[in-house]
Write a protein that binds this ligand. Structure first.
Ligand code: ZN
Length: 154
């Protein structure tokens, strides 16, 4: 089969594409700030059929990712502020950073929550260049064994 170009990892991650084929979108609507649709995802990738919610309650684990993303963001804005504007104990530049950082966190929250799910799924599902012929990644190991017995050779 013709070898396709492998889409870039970071590009796929930040554009919120399916981790398996890096082509299908993970969210139904592109705009995370339409809050009713923030978490609207197809059940599976429209391109390769990869299910997104690998097991019931799968997305609970994203809380840790979301926490890490938030901390990383605060560190990044803190460093940027320090370099560009500076910090001092004799004025309130530090409090300006806290305020602006806080507002940004709230504004970016829907995007962060989406990104956390994407990062989380990227931990478990790897890119598969033969996604058109291979089977999707799943946690249902019994089912996988079952299929192996049902269709042993090909
Ligand atoms: Zn896919």
């Amino acid at each position: 089969m013709a070898k396709q170009n492998k889409p870039n990892y970071w590009w796929s991650l930040f554009s919120m594409k399916c981790p398996r084929c890096r082509r299908g979108p993970m969210y139904t609507n592109n705009n995370p700030w339409l809050l009713k649709k923030t978490f609207k995802m197809p059940d599976k990738c429209p391109e390769c059929g990869q299910p997104y919610e690998l097991e019931v309650g799968f997305w609970y684990g994203t809380a840790y990712v979301s926490y890490a993303v938030t901390v990383a963001f605060c560190v990044a804005t803190f460093v940027a502020w320090w370099v560009l504007i500076g910090m001092s104990t004799t004025d309130n530049r530090f409090f300006w950073w806290m305020g602006i950082n806080g507002v940004l966190l709230v504004l970016l929250q829907p995007w962060f929550m989406r990104l956390s799910r994407v990062i989380y799924l990227y931990f478990f599902v790897k890119y598969d260049e033969n996604y058109k012929v291979t089977k999707v990644k799943t946690f249902d190991y019994n089912t996988e064994d079952f299929y192996k017995k049902e269709e042993p050779q090909k």
